[in-house]
Design a protein around this ligand. Structure first.
Ligand code: SAM
Length: 296
């Protein structure tokens, strides 16, 4: 190998690997590779790995982040959708026998089975990734909803999406994504990342976010599916009040009396907007609606 001593992520080695394999980037797969050691080190540090832990990487590309994970964790599993990258990964990660590469679409992968197979003898597992931006939300929701035994998820994503995930009630970024993410985890913005750390450079700004996965949800919800339905309905039209949004979804063709009585029982003014309600208020509201026999 020409520059065998360099890290994969060094601009020189990245260019060499790409050229030698005749690799061309596919925009449709969100391929923006990292070429900055500092950012990679920050991402890996935020996951708090050690030699007893496992790391799942989604979209390893040519292995820039995978290599750093391999230097910290006991076992690393990487799932890559692009078949062309598999032989490259096998070559560049050859010095790390505890790295497993799977050629698959992560959205179609049985992660529970993968965990049982690859992480049987690690103490805890983190997901660490520079995610493909076109599927960020479906990937994160799959990881959270499947209730995998995860310690944390540290990911590079589009800055705006990171801000929405971490937003507090009453701010313009707060919405159903904030509530879903905060129900399952505690989000923290790790850092904002300039476009210059990628090749090719993405069209959007990026950020690293850490989601510390909760062992228990922070609120008591009687029916999770219904809770999320109430949240969705409350944000159906952002400029409408909570009462108007709920009326269109759950009380069509009815007067407002029953809805207003239920809102009052939940301690929520009908004139408020969905973006002002806390997770606790959504939990109380959905439990009260459910008990009153309201269904999706
Ligand atoms: N980890 C590398 C890095 O940081 O340099 C590459 C990150 S790049 C932003 C995203 C990677 O995800 C690409 O390698 C792409 O092929 C892969 N990818 C895209 N969609 C995927 C999917 N559904 N399942 C698994 N990998 C996917």
């Amino acid at each position: 190998m020409m520059n065998g001593m360099d890290d994969i992520a060094s601009p020189r080695r990245t260019k060499e690997i790409i050229q030698r394999h005749g690799f061309s980037f596919k925009k449709s797969l969100g391929q923006n590779f990292l070429i900055d050691q500092n950012i990679l080190n920050k991402i890996v540090a935020a996951a708090d790995l050690d030699s007893t832990k496992g790391a799942l990487e989604i979209g390893p590309g040519i292995g820039a982040l995978t290599e750093k994970l391999a230097q910290q964790a006991k076992a690393v599993t990487a799932v890559e959708i692009d078949q062309r990258l598999v032989p490259i990964l096998q070559e560049v990660l050859e010095p790390y026998p505890h790295v497993r590469i799977h050629h698959a679409d992560v959205l179609k992968t049985d992660l529970e089975a993968l965990f049982q197979q690859d992480f049987a003898d690690v103490s805890k597992v983190s997901v660490v990734a520079n995610l493909p931006y076109y599927v960020t939300t479906p990937i994160l929701m799959k990881l959270l909803e499947e209730k995998l035994p995860l310690e944390n998820i540290v990911v590079m994503i589009q800055k705006e999406v990171a801000e929405r995930m971490a937003a507090s009630p009453g701010t313009k970024d707060y919405g159903s994504l904030s509530i879903a993410v905060q129900y399952y985890s505690v989000p923290e913005l790790v850092c904002i990342v300039p476009r210059t750390v990628f090749i090719p450079q993405p069209n959007v700004e990026s950020a690293v976010i850490r989601l510390t996965v909760r062992e228990q949800p922070p609120v008591e919800v009687d029916d999770e599916a219904f809770f999320f339905l109430v949240v969705q309905a409350s944000f159906a039209q952002r400029r409408k009040t909570i009462a108007n949004n709920l009326k269109s979804r759950f009380f069509p063709g009815e007067g407002r009396e029953r809805l207003e009585a239920l809102l009052s029982e939940a301690g929520i003014e009908p004139s408020r907007r969905g973006e002002t309600l806390s997770l606790q208020e959504y939990a109380t509201l959905s439990n009260i609606l459910l008990k009153a026999g309201i269904r999706g």
